[in-house]
Unconditional design. Structure first.
Length: 316
């Protein structure tokens, strides 16, 4: 009996990605047994061609980015990745080679991050390609990091460098030069900070996907605090610094960083630095939280407030 085209595509490209509990992708559901004594953490993100990636981006990198932006959400919770569900909607004329490369990218990062596919759905669409992934991780009960929970006096820390992803999009759109290719790579292939042990260290946190200022504002709102950060303390890559001051607002508000943004009590800052050293992930203190109406103040090196026309990315 010949398989329908959809099931043949699943068998060729996605069944090799399936792990325990996926039932070989031959059923309508999957089975998942969490590790003993652990609490599940679930999060979902969508990516749409022309919005989250460019239509001509290499499909293997699209697959890897889809998985990595979800892994970044787990990292912000202090969770260990386990498995994922995925939905793929693509035009009927999408070449089989696109699916093959997309699945190959997922396979590569499954090995890197120790996750497997549980199941999902495939559908056709008039376009554009739309992808959704729900990732599942686990933490010790009661240790997940939330946006709320920060306290006045907590320090604000970030991992890695800020602004590279937004600048990389500008490179992809031919609005900025990138001789080394560093910025474009940061846009196409985020580096989720999985493995940074945050339990008992961070009082609140999230990943930076919609812009540093806007996402810090989410923590302020959830924790009912004000924040102050200093431009001179924010870690920028050499490539971002080379872009020049005209791109500062883009770096602070453009998004696509997928770095972690953390509120840390002062007496836990040493513990954070030790955890960062163990994981090989750079961390930088950029400001502090204080009592006051939820708002983010960005100060220049002179101490003067920096006026921003927007806080970050919004879909609506």
């Amino acid at each position: 009996m010949t398989l329908p085209a959809e099931f043949s595509l699943i068998a060729r490209h996605f069944r090799p990605l399936a792990g325990p509990g996926a039932l070989d992708l031959r059923d309508d559901a999957a089975l998942l047994t969490p590790p003993p004594g652990r609490q599940l953490v679930l999060t979902a993100d969508a990516m749409v061609a022309g919005v989250h990636f460019l239509p001509d981006d290499p499909p293997d990198l699209v697959g890897r980015k889809l998985l990595r932006v979800n892994l970044s959400d787990l990292a912000a919770k202090g969770a260990v990745p386990l498995s994922y569900l995925m939905t793929v909607s693509a035009p009927k004329d999408t070449p089989d080679a696109w699916f093959a490369a997309f699945a190959a990218g997922l396979a590569l990062d499954q090995t890197t991050y120790g996750v497997t596919l549980l199941g999902g759905d495939t559908t056709s669409t008039p376009g554009p390609i739309s992808l959704s992934l729900t990732i599942i991780g686990h933490v010790a009960p009661g240790t997940a990091i939330h946006r709320f929970g920060a306290r006045a006096g907590d320090e604000i820390w970030v991992t890695g460098t800020i602004g590279d992803g937004a600048l990389g999009l500008a490179v992809a759109q031919n609005r900025l030069s990138d001789p080394t290719g560093f910025l474009l790579d940061r846009y196409r292939l985020p580096q989720p900070r999985v493995g940074l042990e945050l339990a008992g260290i961070a009082s609140a946190g999230m990943d930076v996907s919609d812009g540093l200022v806007q996402d810090l504002g989410h923590i302020c709102t959830a924790s009912e605090l004000a924040a102050e950060i200093q431009v001179g303390y924010i870690p920028f890559s050499d490539a971002a610094r080379t872009a020049g001051p005209d791109w500062l607002t883009t770096c602070l508000t453009g998004g696509d960083d997928y770095e972690l943004l953390l509120a840390v009590p002062p007496d836990r800052s040493d513990a954070l630095q030790h955890a960062a050293n163990r994981s090989g992930i750079a961390v930088t203190r950029i400001g502090y939280l204080q009592d006051g109406p939820p708002a983010v103040m960005v100060r220049q090196a002179s101490g003067e407030p920096l006026t921003l026309t927007k806080g970050g990315w919004s879909h609506f």
